[in-house]
Design a protein around this ligand. Structure first.
Ligand code: ADP
Ligand code: 5GP
Length: 212
């Protein structure tokens, strides 16, 4: 019985279709920047898995587009109801990928992109989602700090927490087999070009199925 329920919860995470893509890496490395460009340039090919979070929206972020902004109680209830594929606490806030978020993209036959932290990567590895794992790194910790400060979205406390997580995660990323690809985001155009190159088979497959 437990086994059956366990299996059905795994199966229900995934629908047939193109292989999803996980983008991870330190906060401030440039994941959102690269991802937004990819979604714009390849409209209809990629779809973003809109996560839930308890953190407050930043200026310009829209509810339901960048995140589903929810309270801690709503998030905890959703987790208790089994609505999430994975969830984590990052820098004091809760984040999670709902089954609905992934299924909504897969129902459109698009390549689903998940922007998740290292705990999310570890937890997704335990599911049957089978994505391509890409980690985006800054050229150096000094540049990461500068980018995070210049973005002007974090308090000093949040910045320090993100920095510590970044240093830990960059070390963990080297673990063999954890990521399929590590992209250093120094020059944005070069990093983007590397990203589209890594994803060229998925892009071609999605474009072919769109045209047929
Ligand atoms: P993440 O989503 O990984 O937290 P962002 O995409 O928000 O990171 O990028 C962090 C900041 O760095 C943003 O202000 C963004 O404009 C800037 N940025 C991203 N990539 C580059 C780059 N290659 N060179 C300079 N600045 C960048
Ligand atoms: P931010 O607050 O900068 O948007 O995101 C902070 C961190 O949370 C980033 O590393 C981002 O990848 C991660 N994150 C965003 N959504 C999710 C999610 O649904 N699950 C997990 N595990 N991490 C997430």
């Amino acid at each position: 019985m437990i086994c059956g329920r366990f299996l059905s919860s795994l199966v229900s995470t995934v629908m047939a279709g193109p292989r999803p893509v996980v983008l991870s890496g330190p906060s401030g490395a440039g994941k959102s920047t690269l991802l937004k460009k990819l979604l714009k340039d390849y409209e209809g090919v990629f779809g973003f898995s809109v996560s839930h979070t308890t953190r407050s929206p930043r200026p310009g972020e829209a509810n339901g587009k960048d995140y589903h902004f929810v309270t801690r109680e709503e998030m905890q209830q959703g987790i208790a109801n089994g609505e999430f594929i994975e969830n984590a606490v990052f820098s004091g806030n809760m984040y999670g990928t709902s089954k609905m978020a992934v299924q909504a993209v897969q129902a459109r036959n698009q390549v689903c992109i998940l922007d998740i932290d290292m705990q999310g990567v570890r937890n997704i590895k335990k599911t049957d989602l089978n994505p391509i794992y890409i980690s985006i790194h800054p050229p150096s910790v000094e540049i990461l700090v500068k980018r995070l400060r210049d973005r002007n979205t974090e308090s000093e406390e949040s910045l320090q927490k993100r920095l510590q997580a970044a240093i830990d995660d960059m070390e963990i990323s080297k673990e063999p087999g954890l990521f399929d690809e590590i992209i250093i985001n120094d020059d944005l155009e070069e990093a983007y070009s590397r990203l589209t190159d890594v994803l060229k088979e998925e892009i071609a497959a999605a474009q072919t199925s769109k045209d047929s």
